[in-house]
Design a binder for this molecule. Structure first.
Ligand code: CO8
Length: 258
């Protein structure tokens, strides 16, 4: 695919996607989201890739859905375009770990995109907000569901109802991001973490991701059962036996990602 709104490259076993509409602060129009979906699915299907990083620019990770594009849509048009289901859902199909490396604005759909990733690393300049209320809209790409799960109902309500923005340090304290780094170190830190993750056994990574995601989705009993089945299935994996024998043999494991 010929990408116009994103940049795509690989580094060792990591796939890197850079959102690239800087003049619009990476506003997420259909074209960008289609390209992002295609790149994510491409990396997910590529056996040489073990983890994916999504990043934006220095000023904005993404300032949200493209307001100019959708300002005059009516309700029927939104349904006909399959807005959200068509391309915002693609991230959920990705089985490999996806990291968001966020500098600057992560607003509206940009914040929701980060929330849909498995790990969020923030630069000190990062700001997270769901300001759709200012447009008399609502966070419609998973934000009303994922934000309370990430930071609790009280803070999520505050952000959604008042358009309050969180600094990187606040987002770190509240559990929205996993670590904060100086801006100039953001990409290196994200790539280093992704490379470390991608060095582990891919089937084990995918099983863990699936189990952790279950924690958000259902009852504890059901999640524990799901985790147990996933654990039993690990014993069918050559990598699991290699990992355990490598530990016992006091040597580095040689994972075949099987
Ligand atoms: N969409 C389209 N264009 C945008 C967007 C956007 N979300 N954000 C910024 N831009 C454009 C601006 O229009 C401007 O363009 P131009 O230079 O042609 O005038 C350019 O980017 C630079 O922006 P600013 O001049 O505004 O830059 P500032 O540094 O002054 O401000 C802000 C930066 C604070 C990020 C400001 O641009 C802003 O508030 N942006 C909008 C943020 C927002 O409201 N996001 C939520 C959008 S709605 C959404 O994401 C819903 C998700 C799913 C909903 C589903 C509904 C059905």
């Amino acid at each position: 695919m010929d990408y116009r709104n994103i940049l795509v490259r690989t580094e060792a076993r990591v796939g890197l996607v850079t959102l690239n509409r800087p003049r619009q602060l990476n506003a997420l129009n259909d074209a960008l989201m289609d390209e992002l979906g295609a790149a994510l699915l491409g990396f997910d299907a590529d056996p040489a890739i073990g983890a994916i990083v999504i990043t934006g620019g220095d000023k904005a990770f993404a300032a949200g859905a493209d307001i100019e594009a959708m300002a005059d849509w009516d309700c029927m048009q939104v349904q006909e375009r399959q807005f959200i289901t068509r391309n915002w859902e693609t991230l959920r199909q990705v089985r490999k770990p996806v990291l968001a490396a966020v500098a600057g604005y992560a607003m509206g759909g940009g914040c929701e995109l980060a929330l849909g990733c498995d790990i969020v690393i923030a630069a000190e300049s990062a700001q997270f907000a769901l300001p759709e209320i200012k447009l008399a809209m609502l966070p419609g790409a998973g934000g009303t569901q994922r934000l309370p799960r990430a930071i609790g109902k009280a803070k999520a309500m505050d952000m959604c109802l008042s358009a309050r923005a969180l600094t990187a340090q606040e987002a770190d304290r509240y559990g929205l991001v996993s670590r904060v780094v100086p801006d100039e170190q953001l990409l290196d830190a994200a790539l280093a973490l992704a490379t470390r993750i991608a060095g582990f056994s891919l089937p084990a990574l995918m099983a863990i991701k699936e189990c952790v995601n279950r924690a958000d989705q259902g009852a504890l009993d059901e999640g524990i059962l799901f985790e147990r089945r996933a654990l039993y299935a690990r014993f069918a994996s050559a990598d699991a036996h290699e990992g355990m024998h490598a530990f016992l043999g006091k040597r580095a494991p040689n994972f075949l990602h099987r």
